[in-house]
Design a protein around this ligand. Sequence first.
Ligand code: GTP
Ligand code: MG
Length: 247
Amino acid sequence: MTSLDLPTDLHARTEELRRLLMTYRFGVDEVMTKVNILRDEFRHVHDYNPIEHVSSRIKSFDSILAKARRKRIPLTPQGLRSQMLDIAGVRITCSFVTDIYRVRDMLVGQRDLVVLEERDYIAHPKPNGYKSLHLIVQVPVFLSDRVEDVVVEIQLRTIAMDFWASLEHKIFYKYGGEAPRHLTDALKLAADVASSLDTSMERIHDEVQELEARREHPEPEPSQEDEILVALLRAATASVAHGGPRS
Ligand code: GTP
Ligand code: MG
């Protein structure tokens, strides 16, 4: 390659990267639409909302560059597509742990969404206490001249897990990954407290749901016939229990 070729090549590569990042934007839009439809429909049908909050982001060029250098990933469309699986990210915050799996099942059940990888850090938390459910999915994006399968990382967590993760993230960066022991210990303890908060909140929620269901479907009043039958049965069993006269 002569030095004269460089600007054209550079232009082509920049354009290629720009197009690639655009497809990630579309991938995120597709997943966001799916999540928002689930949220609205679920709220409508079940009168309840398992999704508290949804957000998305495309990794900044600086973060892509830093990760590519750290993990020795070639800065080419092929390299990024196959080895950097979190360029497009969607984060779903749910009210309760059960909701996380419920939303997961609803997403995974969609036929145009392919799960490439699942990491369950709720069932298997990281040693520092990190909990979340991670899905790496592939979603088709229909472009003018082709269909592109775009990889999107979906993170599902509860409000408590999200609160914990954002504080941990801040501390991790503040100390460049080398936080003092007393802080990592305190974070681990906070993660345990967050988990027990999730458990308690879900238990209370279940109890309220049960009470509401009972109020909506009260037990039917016994009919007169039922009451006569019950009175006869009670009298009969009472005489047996008290050793009454035998026939
Ligand atoms: P990365 O190279 O960071 O993408 O890690 P990975 O590809 O091995 O995947 P992993 O499942 O460990 O992490 C993916 C993403 O989950 C990270 O980019 C964070 O957003 C989040 N995450 C994972 N571990 C932690 C953690 O210990 N603390 C916080 N706050 N977030 C985490
Ligand atoms: Mg990652």
